[in-house]
Design a protein around this ligand. Structure first.
Ligand code: ATP
Length: 359
């Protein structure tokens, strides 16, 4: 079962209206004598209602990036550079989330941005009824909401993710794993956030439930208009869901582009390897290849392009120069950080196209 094309709701984002602008974000784990730079100079813009997928192998820095985005990181993680500009729907000037203290951040949690974690289903309190947990969140954000109205709203939210409203009185253990995960998504949507960050929310459920959850995320995005940053190691899954995909390797974004263009014509050898490591969900099955070697130790990343020791297409210079993220291919907004494409970019730039950050 796959998320059919007709179930997909086109992005509700008017082009250019940003909800989040991440600029030069760098996060380190200050452990031992050499820090682990797990997120390095990451920049991207997320538009209102857009779904941005972030894919990469284990250890590529995905979780580090999203805990930094949501300001849920704990020591030894430290944001050493960059800004995360959040543009509210009220049209007020953007707020740099990096600069906010705990009290200021509380204003933004749940209402502006919320998060669904891999193990969200286990994050529900086992000794509280589902409805009570929803009511707590709703009433903490709206003190005028009565208990009765909060429970009614909780039942409506469960119904939104396909869980019968009468389950509102259940305890978490009375729901299946898939239902608990969907309840966690409904809870994340309780205060109508503008941005929901999802970290592998379908990893712990079977493939049928995975497809149902993805279809629901798409439907709800269409109905409620929130933007999503969705992290996974499975690139083929993002093809079903994301408007754009960013590929991370060794803490950096190495390729970004519109989902179909990036999947069908990946430019970075790492993206090609990642794509060929997972069975496609809809296209005919092809030989799975995998990527030889292992990701680098981020305390001592290789010189030049961090992927070069594993890259079958490396050329002279790959071990010396860190490639910049530059436009590639015919599709607007498609960018890759690979020396193989720098000549192509230079030629295009000479003929008038402007270089730029990720848009
Ligand atoms: N608490 C920590 N202390 C030191 N290094 C850490 C810590 N947490 C993560 N790292 C390192 O940061 C790098 C990025 O890890 P991260 O968990 O962000 O990657 P990931 O892509 O999310 O991986 P996964 O898919 O396995 O969750 C890895 O090299 C990891 O070893």
């Amino acid at each position: 079962m796959t998320v059919q094309a007709e179930q997909r709701t086109p992005s509700v984002a008017p082009a250019g209206q940003a909800v989040l602008e991440v600029r030069g974000l760098t996060v380190e784990y200050a452990t031992g004598s050499i820090p682990v730079r797990a997120c390095c100079d990451v920049s991207f813009t997320l538009r209102r209602g857009e779904i941005l997928g972030i894919a990469g192998e284990s250890g590529s820095g995905k979780s580090t990036l999203i805990t930094a985005l949501t300001r849920l990181q704990r020591p030894p993680a430290v944001t050493t550079a960059g800004e995360i500009l959040f543009h509210g729907r009220d049209g007020a000037p953007p707020v740099d989330l990096v600069a906010l203290d705990g009290k200021q951040l509380r204003r933004y949690r749940w209402t502006a941005l919320s998060i669904v974690l891999q193990s969200a289903m286990d994050a529900l309190n086992p000794v509280m009824r589902i409805g009570a947990q929803f009511a707590d969140v709703l009433r903490a954000r709206d003190r005028s909401l009565s208990k009765r109205d909060a429970w009614t709203r909780a039942a409506e939210l469960l119904a939104l993710v396909g869980i019968s409203a009468d389950r509102v009185r259940d305890y978490p253990h009375q729901l299946s794993g898939g239902m608990r995960q969907r309840a966690a998504i409904a809870l994340a949507l309780a205060c109508r956030p503008e941005l929901v960050v999802m970290d592998e929310p379908t990893t712990a459920v079977d493939v049928v439930m995975q497809r149902q959850i993805l279809a629901q995320v798409l439907r709800l995005r269409g109905e409620l208009g929130f933007a999503v940053v969705f992290v996974t190691h499975d690139l083929s899954l993002l093809l079903e869901l994301a408007d754009r995909i960013a590929i991370m390797y060794a803490g950096r974004i190495v390729e970004v582009g519109e989902a179909t263009a990036l999947y069908s014509a990946p430019k970075h050898p790492y993206t090609q390897g990642l794509r060929d490591s997972f069975p496609p969900l809809r296209a005919p099955l092809r030989t799975l290849r995998g990527i030889p070697g292992t990701p680098p130790d981020l305390r001592r990343p290789p010189s030049g392009c961090p992927f070069h020791p594993r890259c079958a297409q490396r050329t002279g210079g790959c071990d010396e120069r860190l490639p910049a993220l530059l436009p590639v291919g015919p599709q607007a907004g498609h960018q890759a950080a690979c020396l193989l494409h720098e000549t192509e970019t230079e030629t295009e730039t000479d003929s008038g196209e402007t270089k730029g950050g990720i848009r």
